[in-house]
Ligand binder design. Structure first.
Ligand SMILES: Nc1ncnc2c1ncn2[C@@H]1O[C@H](COP(=O)(O)OP(=O)(O)OP(=O)(O)O)[C@@H](O)[C@H]1O
Length: 312
């Protein structure tokens, strides 16, 4: 088996071909069993149907499928972010905490639920970069997360941690004094990722985290996420329409069709030997995945993005 090396921060593919090797011996961190979620409207929308999956420590699990298949609804269900008319009608979601405790996510409420979100599982939303508060500095926004969830931290400790978090995501800590409008889209998204990382979550759910950004900025941020995942060992549920991208970054990919997971396998197997006709159709709908050029997906060759700097 090929040895795993950290991808170079500035050049080369986002991740190595041996990615799937991360799963060997890894414990589960989040499991969903028989999860069904409806939107209680007229007529009822069965958005997620009997979904079961296991996310392992440090794993990147890609969720693929066309618009409306239920990816976001499932992700919200995993993090207990569903709001009416969405309702989890059946199933279990269990978080397997680092200390060995199993947490019944569906049963959480009140303070325990608030602590669980951010602390154990955090989320970077689609378009999150637009949700930074325009009248509060980056310092105070990161500080607020720390103040709420780590009340024992002093102001000085919060300042140190906030600077460290910006450095982690490739933003110069002088930006702590900036406001959202003073930052580029890429920087704002990096700040959102810094906030999601603030409490050292064991799982991050990322829903189209870079879709609104241009390709060079997107790849810079993704590379940072890949590097941080190796450094901090959080697991990622990564949602995007961009199947070529998912094949490149994911350890495993779950393919959703009309609320169900129709195929779940390693990225390699999905690419080489997809079993479900829908998966094959989905792969076929991306010209870059077919023919000779398809090879760039697993190697990063020929994408013309090697000259890009790390702080795009
Ligand atoms: N508030 C709502 N009320 C009723 N139906 C909804 C609501 N939100 C989503 N749905 C429906 O639930 C289904 C799943 O939607 P969801 O947003 O989870 O899909 P998705 O795969 O994430 O799509 P996209 O990639 O476009 O975000 C769709 O049929 C959608 O129309």
């Amino acid at each position: 088996m090929t040895a795993i090396t950290a991808p170079d921060a500035t050049t080369g593919p986002l991740t190595s071909d041996a990615h799937g090797a991360y799963l060997v011996g890894k414990e589960p961190v989040l499991t969903a069993r028989g999860v069904s979620i409806d939107y209680e409207v007229e007529p009822v929308v069965h958005a997620v149907k009997d979904v079961s999956l296991t996310l392992h420590r440090g794993e990147i699990l890609g969720l693929a499928g066309e618009s409306g298949c239920g990816k976001t609804t499932l992700a919200y269900g995993l993090n207990r972010l569903l709001k009416p008319p969405a309702l989890l009608t059946s199933g279990a979601v269990t978080f397997h905490d680092q200390g060995g405790e199993d947490i019944d996510v569906v049963a959480l409420s009140g303070d325990a639920l608030r602590a669980f979100r951010w602390d154990k599982v955090s989320m970077v939303f689609q378009g999150a970069m637009n949700s930074l508060n325009p009248v509060i500095s980056v310092r105070d926004q990161i500080g607020d997360v720390l103040k709420t969830h780590r009340p024992g931290m002093s102001r000085a400790q919060r300042a140190v941690r906030s600077a460290e978090l910006l450095e982690l995501v490739g933003v110069d800590p002088v930006r702590l004094d900036s406001y959202a409008h003073e930052l580029s889209g890429g920087m704002r998204q990096r700040v959102m990722i810094a906030m999601a990382l603030a409490l050292n979550p064991q799982v991050m759910i990322m829903d189209e985290p870079t879709t609104a950004l241009d390709v060079v900025v997107q790849r810079g941020i993704l590379r940072e996420i890949m590097r941080l995942r190796e450094q901090l060992e959080f697991a990622v549920v990564f949602i995007t329409h961009d199947l070529p991208l998912l094949l490149e970054i994911s350890d495993r990919i779950a393919v959703m069709l009309r609320g169900e997971i129709v195929e779940l396998d390693t990225a390699e197997s999905i690419f080489q030997s997809a079993q479900h006709p829908y998966t094959r159709r989905l792969l076929g709908s991306f010209p870059s995945l077919t023919g000779d050029r398809g090879s760039f997906v697993r190697t990063g060759e020929g994408t013309g993005e090697h000259q890009e700097g790390p702080h795009a």
